[in-house]
Design a protein around this ligand. Structure first.
Ligand SMILES: Cc1cc2nc3c(=O)[nH]c(=O)nc-3n(C[C@H](O)[C@H](O)[C@H](O)COP(=O)(O)OP(=O)(O)OC[C@H]3O[C@@H](n4cnc5c(N)ncnc54)[C@H](O)[C@@H]3O)c2cc1C
Length: 308
């Protein structure tokens, strides 16, 4: 008997989703677009794994639909990715059930779930209670990853391509950075006057063991950063422990991408910049003075701790 279906699309999502699912019932896992090694890894959680050998959302929708009919689960849990969203909206429509994307917190009750998600480009957070059955698509860091243990059972689900043929695959030029997994992200905005000045942000990120991302003007318009470093509603949604926004004004379209951050620090020379109110620590300062000083202090501290 399984009352939670967990959809897993990439290596980083499974542990947390399974951890969350176990708080609400007995999960089965649908491994979508997965390699044999990944399926082996998923089996290590000790649950039944259904492998769907396709990257097409309509195929995932068909697979989850079949499992939904079989198990009549109270909950479908998945990562908040584009493909999973496309697929789960089909399942929600077919069964007339609620689907919540962008969820940052969720807990199961006897008669339904209570979840939190950003709303109106993350300007507000809404708390919603919905009855079972329902579909929850979670942002990263939704729960503690499940411990592994046991041996799961593998089932293959295969369908024909449903008439869909990928005509061309054209890789984008990406840097390969993984902002979604980073624990520290340094975000850069138009407060930087030249591409070269971003060196400060990279140096700070290196000192803190983090990665550099940016606002849309920096990544998409000026192209000072690769496209996969673009943070926001139309870019990456990040959930680091620490987000340091430098020379970023705090437009809603940017802030919706950083809502999952545990701590937000903003450095802006304008005390009326919207980000100052939306951050945990707002530093009103000229970045060209503050960031080099911060880097010096961090280097000095590091030097001191190395010499003791
Ligand atoms: C449909 C749509 C989708 C969008 N999607 C996204 C998205 O996904 N991500 C995104 O980021 N944006 C997105 N945008 C754009 C968004 O609305 C903002 O225009 C953008 O986020 C602003 O970028 P910024 O903060 O770098 O620049 P600005 O708004 O120009 O802010 C620059 C900030 O730097 C400060 N500053 C200047 N000089 C210094 C200095 N020397 N020291 C310290 N501070 C300084 C200024 O006070 C200012 O607050 C979208 C817009 C639309 C319409």
């Amino acid at each position: 008997m399984s009352d939670v279906i967990v959809v897993s699309q990439k290596p980083s999502d499974a542990g947390e989703l399974i951890g969350l699912a176990r708080t609400m019932g007995n999960p089965v896992i649908v491994a979508f677009q997965d390699s044999a090694e990944r399926v082996e890894e998923l089996l290590g959680y000790g649950h039944r794994v259904y492998r769907v050998k396709s990257s097409r959302p309509e195929v995932l929708a068909k697979a989850v639909n079949i499992l939904y009919e079989e198990f009549k689960p109270k909950l479908i849990l998945g990562p908040n990715t584009r493909n999973v969203k496309d697929a789960m909206s089909v399942v929600a429509g077919l069964h007339d059930i609620h689907m919540a994307p962008d969820v940052v917190e969720v807990r199961g009750e006897v008669d339904g779930v209570i979840y939190k998600r950003g709303f109106m480009s993350e300007r507000v957070t809404i708390t919603v209670k919905v009855p079972y059955p329902t579909i929850i698509l979670a942002n990263p860091r939704i729960a503690e990853p499940a411990p592994k243990g046991g041996v799961g059972e593998l089932k293959e689900l295969s369908f024909d391509s449903m008439g869909v043929k990928v005509v061309e695959v054209k890789p984008k030029e990406l840097s390969g950075i993984n902002l979604e997994a980073a624990e520290v992200v340094v975000g850069v905005g138009r407060g930087f006057k030249a591409k070269d000045d971003l060196r400060m942000a990279f140096e700070l990120a290196k000192l803190l063991g983090g990665q550099v991302g940016g606002t849309r003007p920096i990544a998409a318009d000026l192209k000072w950063l690769p496209e996969d470093a673009w943070i926001g509603i139309s870019g990456k949604r990040i959930a680091p422990k620490l987000y340091i926004a430098i020379g970023v004004s705090g437009a809603p379209q940017h802030m919706s991408g950083v809502a999952g951050s545990k701590i937000i620090v903003a450095v802006n020379k304008d005390k009326a910049a919207p980000i100052i109110k939306q951050s945990d620590y707002g530093v009103v300062a000229d970045l060209y003075k503050f960031i080099p000083t911060l880097i010096e202090v961090l280097k000095r501290k590091r030097g001191a701790s190395h010499s003791t």
